[in-house]
Design a protein around this ligand. Structure first.
Ligand SMILES: NC(=O)c1ccc[n+]([C@@H]2O[C@H](COP(=O)([O-])OP(=O)(O)OC[C@H]3O[C@@H](n4cnc5c(N)ncnc54)[C@H](O)[C@@H]3O)[C@@H](O)[C@H]2O)c1
Length: 249
């Protein structure tokens, strides 16, 4: 079950943390993985890890906010590995640049664009670049790593990020409907607070999560393996909350 041999996956923002974990686990299930990151040296390091344990991977450096670069990056991935069957839209403001320091009422409009560009346009650009090939071949999987910030109200400074993530969730629902008859599924994972070296998480905050800990990349990667599999063919247009029980909608 959940076997991915013969499939080609593209994981964006996969040079570290959650995306790297997803790339490693998809490769472990047999997929050939195109590892994308804005910082190509990070992607190359993940490719080396995958190859070291016998997996197949290639690094593709591009910025998901630049549509022309996305199209060229997908072409490079496909030249190296073959047509993309599985897209995981993971690139996003998960780290230190994701949140604003002020309430929205005091924010500078110029500071909102980054969150929308990467978390919403990045998802749309990559989805647009792969969907026609998936439809032509009659099989595809698109998975977007969203956030609980896109499904509920959270803290001060999260509004632009939540707008980007919530927008991506809405986009995915419609994208799923449009392509359902073509054998392409599209789902979002609204993930909760992760253990992330670039974020300071207090012990009290971690304990407020019902299971008592923050998430690790494998918590998210396992859901990606399931959604990418043949067995998940009847799951589409969904937003699955993966958060240790912290958010239930
Ligand atoms: N960390 C959390 O607590 C948390 C919580 C909820 C949702 N998320 C979401 O999960 C995903 C992964 O989070 P993370 O903590 O691993 O993030 P991270 O910041 O640790 O890593 C993201 C990677 O994406 C790359 N990247 C950034 N912008 C890019 C772009 N425009 N094009 C290509 N690559 C780009 C970065 O170089 C980095 O290597 C993100 O979408 C994030 O919003 C994270």
């Amino acid at each position: 079950m959940f076997e991915l041999h013969g499939r080609v996956a593209l994981v964006t923002g996969a040079g570290q943390n959650v995306g790297a974990g997803i790339a490693r686990m998809l490769a472990g299930q047999g997929a050939a993985v195109a590892v994308n990151d804005l910082r190509v040296e990070r992607a190359e390091a993940v490719v080396e890890e995958i190859r070291a344990v016998g997996g197949t991977a290639t690094a593709v450096g591009f910025d998901v906010t630049d549509y022309e670069a996305v199209v060229a990056g997908v072409a490079a991935a496909e030249a190296a590995l073959g047509p993309v069957d599985i897209l995981v839209n993971n690139a996003g403001n998960g780290g230190e640049h994701g949140m604003q320091p002020t309430q929205f009422k005091d924010s500078d409009p110029a500071s909102w664009r980054g969150a929308i560009d990467v978390n919403l346009y990045g998802v749309m650009h990559c989805s647009r670049a792969v969907i026609n090939g998936m439809v032509d071949r009659g099989w595809g999987r698109v998975i977007t790593i969203a956030s609980g910030a896109g499904t509920i109200g959270l803290n001060i400074g999260v509004a632009p990020y939540g707008g980007g993530k919530g927008g991506a969730i809405g986009f995915m629902r419609h994208f799923a409907i449009e392509n359902a008859r073509a054998g392409v599924t599209a789902n979002s994972l609204a993930i909760g607070l992760m253990t992330n070296p670039s974020q300071t998480v207090t012990a009290a905050l971690a304990k407020s999560i019902p299971v008592g800990r923050t998430g690790v990349p494998d918590d998210v990667a396992a859901a990606c393996v399931y959604l990418a599999s043949a067995e998940a063919a009847w799951v589409t247009g969904q937003t699955i909350e993966i958060n240790g029980g912290a958010v239930t909608t």
